[in-house]
Design a protein around this ligand. Structure first.
Ligand code: NAP
Length: 295
């Protein structure tokens, strides 16, 4: 069985790595803030002292950190994976970063004899914990087939899209839908509040119908409970909007709804809501509507 290295134990990585341990894989973890390795070690993982040490002990190395520069740091920086990686090792980046940066990193890793897959995910911290993530993969098909059992321990819908970078391009598509959906949920729930109807009954009536969505089921429910905690952080979605807009610029694609969503998230940034969940978009709608939704 392949030995797995896992780098990045944030909201997503902690649940994903735990599912790998539960599936019986030998897992070596590293996190910048080392205290976050504790629950993993208690569950049976080994803790390494650096990304380099992770690479020395692994056949497959998974990263899920924040942005492109962070992926570069753990893979190609001092004491990074590139210093310990063995020829033929597979490196899977599951963070959401730009397709352009992904191809650049893959090229540098190829010089070390390593093969890179980009495999960003969708499904939130809930999907990470439950092992139900959607995983969209770019890179050589034969490498994808080789590591499929690893993906199967973390996700439910696992799709090989095409060449390296195509997973990230697909994730950008996903994030366009996520943002516009979140705006729809916030706007619709404020409309319901102002119409004076029972919010829970309204939610129950519509979530299973044609207007139902992951955003309504999960983030809509959080709003009903006045819960603005992440989930998925505002600052990470602002990063994703940047990636989407850079790609749209390159491909000359008009993005009307996403542009509006980006302006609204700029307000959340100005209001220092960066570490809240994306459902905090309701606070911008509250300001526009002149009425509080959450307490
Ligand atoms: P998070 O909770 O903020 O965790 C970020 C992780 O990255 C932490 O382990 C952090 O280490 C590490 N990190 C960041 N910069 C680093 C650096 N320069 N060097 C080393 N480690 C670094 O974020 P998350 O929600 O798990 O998200 C991780 C990735 O998954 C992001 O790309 C995000 O866009 C994507 N994603 C998130 C969701 C979601 O719903 N949360 C869904 C799909 C995809 P520390 O613990 O030391 O800070």
């Amino acid at each position: 069985m392949k030995r797995i290295g896992f780098i990045g134990l944030g909201l997503m990585g902690s649940g994903m790595s735990l599912n790998l341990v539960k599936a019986g894989f030998s897992v070596t973890v590293w996190n910048r803030t080392s205290s976050k390795t504790k629950p993993l070690v208690e569950a049976g993982a080994n803790a390494a002292t650096s990304p380099k040490a992770v690479a020395e002990n692994s056949d497959v190395i998974i990263t899920i950190v924040t942005d492109g520069k962070d992926v570069e740091m753990v893979l190609l920086g001092p004491n990074g994976v590139h210093e310990g990686v063995k020829p033929g090792a597979v490196i899977i980046d599951m963070s959401t970063i730009s397709p352009i940066k992904t191809r650049e990193i893959a090229r540098k890793l190829r010089e070390k004899g390593a093969i890179m897959l980009d495999a960003p995910v969708s499904g939130g911290d809930v999907g990470a914990r439950n092992g139900t993530l959607s995983i969209m993969v770019g890179g050589p098909k034969e490498t994808f087939q080789e590591v499929l059992p690893i993906f199967e321990a973390m996700g439910k819908t696992i799709t090989h899209i095409g060449d390296v970078g195509s997973g990230q391009a697909t994730k950008a598509v996903n994030q366009i839908l996520v943002g516009i959906n979140m705006l729809a949920v916030a706007e619709a729930l404020m409309f319901a509040k102002k119409a004076g109807i029972d919010l829970q009954k309204c939610y129950n009536a519509i979530s299973g119908g044609a207007a139902g969505s992951w955003q309504l089921t999960n983030n809509g429910m959080k709003l009903l409970k006045n819960d603005l905690e992440p989930g998925f952080k505002v600052k990470d979605y602002i990063k994703d909007l940047r990636i989407i807009m850079e790609t749209a610029q390159e491909t000359k694609t008009p993005l009307l709804g996403t542009s509006l969503v980006q302006q609204l998230f700029r307000n959340l940034d100005a209001e220092k809501m960066n570490n809240k969940g994306t459902q905090a978009l309701i606070t911008v709608i509250e300001n526009l509507a002149g009425e509080k939704f959450t307490n």
